[in-house]
Write a protein that binds this ligand. Sequence first.
Ligand code: NAD
Length: 264
Amino acid sequence: KGELMRGKRGLVMGVANDKSIAWGIAQQLAAQGAEIAFTYQGEALEKRIRPLAESVGSQIVLECDASNDAHLDAVFDRLKTSWGKLDFLVHSIAFAEKSELKGSFVENTTRENFLRAMDISAFSFVAAGKRAAKLMDRGGSMVTLTYLGAERVLPSYNTMGVAKAALEACTRYMARDLGPEGKRVNAISAGAMRTLAIAGIQGGRGLISTGREWSVMKEDTSMEGIAGCALWLLSDLGRSTTGEVVHVDAGFHIVGVPDTGGAE
Ligand code: NAD
């Protein structure tokens, strides 16, 4: 147990189960003394989230569809009433229709699905961040989760890659606007992890195995590594870092062509 988040209160959005990246992050923040509120999507998830939240001493567990402004307003109103202020926000939310996450991007992407993916996976960070910032003093910090598919072409990632590119750009513009107020906004580009979200991507398991085999560390990305990065960015240790996309992927993103040890 540490003290890095002692006295800090924050909202974690995007826990679906105990494999969720948001949950890995929440556990490390709580172990460092943070007080956490959680949101979940849809009633069905509540019975899974509540015990997790209670296990880290959380009193506030709220439903929130991130594409619904009334839900977002209700969540931040509640935080204002209960806490008065907020120190951090974790946005770990993404969605694209399964039919988009395979094959040809050009052929499979529809206008409706494209806009929905953009709304939930990119704009929702702006929408939540705007409300969170109003409750933050100087020192406030926000983090979202992104993936290499924003920067490079990866199989099946398609619409989600485009949405992640938008999310990363949103991170920089949010950092620009909130910087003068002493509030920081960053993104963690995580290596492929075995969660519900990756199960929706055709060949998602291949992204995990290739991520391991091509990585310079020759290992899977660890939840501890992702959560450790979030802890750095959300605590005062990260006080001069903003507008950044930090890769936590065992060095997968720096490799152009995998090393075959000289074999032709
Ligand atoms: P996950 O399925 O556990 O989390 C995704 C969350 O998004 C779920 O909690 C889901 O309820 C939520 N969500 C979807 N639509 C929503 C909506 N309309 N309103 C509110 N919440 C909604 O999977 P995860 O891998 O933990 O994903 C978390 C984040 O990490 C996502 O942004 C994902 O793109 C990103 N990420 C994942 C990986 C990976 O390999 N798993 C790698 C890099 C980045």
